[in-house]
Design a protein around this ligand. Structure first.
Ligand SMILES: NC(=O)c1ccc[n+]([C@@H]2O[C@H](COP(=O)([O-])OP(=O)(O)OC[C@H]3O[C@@H](n4cnc5c(N)ncnc54)[C@H](OP(=O)(O)O)[C@@H]3O)[C@@H](O)[C@H]2O)c1
Length: 326
């Protein structure tokens, strides 16, 4: 069976190439991909800022949805023909992709594969960082940097569905309105306002229990000021830079926890445990319609470079997808 996939020729050039489709190994599924998610990590990989782990496919793409066409040994609960969405260890920008069975989710009943392709990476990132590392509880306040991103749009909805108060940042009035419509209690336009001043004006300094930080840079110091006593700051990105100068006293005085993670660095068993939690804790809310993936637009697989350029332009709200059907 032939596979079409996207190869990185250089940081400005992607090409559609053909090779043999991979075969599923033990515990793995081969998925005929309908749609693949485009993530910021793919852009970083293309420009050489996100080294591919030694055991991962060098092909970009971290999540897919489609139909199972072959199953490796020791796989239970899945059969050929099942519709599935899955986190993949690279290789998503293709019409066939390998996923671990324990990194896969059934497609929620009201969704098609287009909507479902937007779920695995965002759900696991949000679940692991906000609820496992950040231990957000009902009644607590969450600050999400980048509430209009693929990650942030799920974070806002999931935190609200679990009873948290949600403050988000977004760039521009339209995105702020859209993030508020997702349920955020307060959205701050970070382009129009100095963030610490805006948080001060809203009496939020020292009152944020959990911060999902996709920004880094100068916002790390803002996070430390904004955090409540015993607050948890979870770093998952560095859109404002990876270097920060901070005052350590807020960490001491408020007993803050600074942590972070990458999905790729979590390891197989932690990712699988995250999906078990998601099945139990999140899928019921999705089935009830409480959490909906926000999809901005979908590009043909062969136009993956246009999808990256659009993501880099920052115009999108929610997720971008690739249509990988032939
Ligand atoms: N560690 C992990 O495991 C993990 C997993 C997934 C994603 N991430 C990270 O999460 C972030 C979102 O990923 P995504 O795939 O959802 O990408 P995305 O949709 O492209 O989102 C990028 C976000 O960054 C915001 N942003 C851009 N420049 C900014 C700036 N100078 N200051 C503040 N915010 C800025 C954008 O806000 P506006 O568009 O509103 O301006 C947007 O919300 C990225 O940093 C990504 O690396 C980490």
């Amino acid at each position: 069976m032939e596979r079409q996939h996207i190869t990185i020729l250089d940081q400005h050039t992607l090409a559609l190439e053909t090779d043999a489709a991979p075969e599923p190994g033990m515990g793995e599924l081969l998925i005929a991909v309908d749609f693949a998610g485009v993530n910021r990590a793919d852009v970083l990989q293309r420009v050489g800022l996100y080294p591919v782990p030694a055991d991962a496919s060098p092909i970009m793409g971290l999540e897919v949805a489609g139909t199972i066409v072959a199953i490796g040994s020791a796989v239970q609960d899945w059969v050929v023909g099942d519709k599935v969405c899955a986190l993949v260890h690279g290789g998503g920008y293709a019409n066939y992709a390998i996923a671990r069975a324990d990194h896969s989710l059934p497609i929620p009943s009201q969704f098609d594969t287009r909507s479902a392709a937007a779920l695995p990476e965002a759900l696991l990132t949000v679940w692991h960082n906000i609820f496992t590392l950040g231990a957000l509880q009902a009644g607590e306040t969450l600050l999400v940097h980048g509430g209009g991103s693929g990650i942030g749009s799920i974070a806002v909805q999931l935190a609200k569905s679990r009873g948290a108060r949600v403050v988000a940042t977004a760039g521009g009035a339209d995105k702020c309105r859209a993030v508020a419509a997702l349920g955020a209690d307060l959205v701050i336009d970070y382009r129009e306002n100095r963030l610490l001043e805006a948080l001060t004006d809203s009496d939020l300094v020292g009152r944020i229990d959990v911060i999902l930080d996709t920004a880094g840079g100068d916002y790390v110091a803002v996070n430390l000021a904004a955090a409540a006593p015993d607050g948890r700051v979870v770093c998952i990105g560095a859109m404002r830079g990876s270097k920060a100068e901070i005052d350590v006293f807020p960490i001491l005085m408020k007993r803050l926890i600074l942590t972070g993670s990458t999905l790729r660095g979590m390891g197989i068993s932690r990712r699988a445990a995250g999906f078990v939690d998601i099945q139990r804790e999140v899928m019921p809310a999705i089935e009830k319609g409480g959490i909906v993936p926000i999809i901005d637009r979908c590009f043909p697989l062969a136009e993956a470079m246009s999808a990256h350029e659009f993501m880099q332009s920052g115009q999108h709200l929610g997720k971008l997808l690739l249509d990988c059907r032939g």
